[in-house]
Design a protein around this ligand. Sequence first.
Ligand SMILES: Nc1ncnc2c1ncn2[C@@H]1O[C@H](COP(=O)(O)OP(=O)(O)OP(=O)(O)O)[C@@H](O)[C@H]1O
Ligand SMILES: [Mg+2]
Length: 369
Amino acid sequence: MHELQIQSLLKRYEGPAGVVAVNRVSLTIEAGEMLILLGPSGCGKTTLLRCVAGLEEAQEGRIVLEGRPVFDGERGLNIPTHERDIGMVFQNYSLWPHMTVEANVGYPLAARGVPRVKRAQQVRTMLETVQCAHLADRIPAMLSGGQQQRIALARALASEPKVMLLDEPLSNLDALLRVELRAHLRAIHRKLGFTGIYVTHDQVEAFNLGSRVAVMRSGDIVQLGTPREVFERPASDYVARFLGIRNALALRRDGGWVTEAGPLSGDLGVFGKVPDRPGSLQLFIRPESLQLFAEDESPPPGWLLLPPGRVSDVLYAGAVTDHVVDLQGQVLYATQPTAQRVFEPGSRVRAACRGHDALLYADGVLVSP
Ligand SMILES: Nc1ncnc2c1ncn2[C@@H]1O[C@H](COP(=O)(O)OP(=O)(O)OP(=O)(O)O)[C@@H](O)[C@H]1O
Ligand SMILES: [Mg+2]
């Protein structure tokens, strides 16, 4: 069953700086699925969630929750938030300031008539899950941002809603806690089986938690797929850039395939699918896919070779080392495992990647692999 359907939803903020924050978005989210919204600041992620929650009223489109329309622009239907069975954790945690942590988390349960003893038990379990049991008697003003965020998460989960909307629920936590809570969240999701929309800026979080990922740009969904599909085949140069694929080389056909810095050689299989029409061509390669070889070495067969260059900077980053390579004015980044090989600044090198790691875009659209 489709738990949540969003159909041609349009949300425009009026006023002098009027902006279309959600541009006729359609999305179907299956029961038990965790859909991730990924995209840069200002692309409309929060607005889309707020519309689903009923905190913002869209101008057009429909939202259907478990077969029941909760918003319909044409019919003027807009069911209030408290009548939608939705749990929310937003960027601003909005805990009730005068209530203790325990009361905050227990509130949705009390509202549903869960008896006191059972309620206390459930609250305790939730607080333990987010590692805040020791804070039960405090009020929100006595908590750090990260603690408030975890309490908000516990409160939203306590009522075991069918649909959970999570807007960067882990953004204020330090790296370690974040990884830990991410694992908890996965386990809780598996256990409770809620349907979720989860907003994050963090790719790893998105790929860890999501059954599907939707990438947004200026109010539109520009790619929707499994984490693997989105990671391995970013549909457009925009998505590739957003995913941090920093190496982009403009190409032209001149006998062979030529970059600004000279011709490509080796495995050119990726070019088998280039459309036979004029237009711009770009080659994207992840820094981690780009391997450096000494100038006089020859990479093994099956590698695509870039023109020779010079290492201009070397940035030690622990397990990996980032190399900045100057390809006659064009800058490339190559991330190599530190244990494997590190070049000195000034080294003459040849950058190469395995043929299937080269992503080719024609007029901004992925054509290969
Ligand atoms: N209340 C408002 N009035 C007018 N414009 C708004 C309002 N809220 C958001 N916007 C605008 O709508 C667009 C989408 O904003 P939104 O908050 O949905 O972005 P976001 O993707 O959640 O960004 P972030 O990652 O920074 O949280 C932005 O251009 C923003 O400036
Ligand atoms: Mg936001």
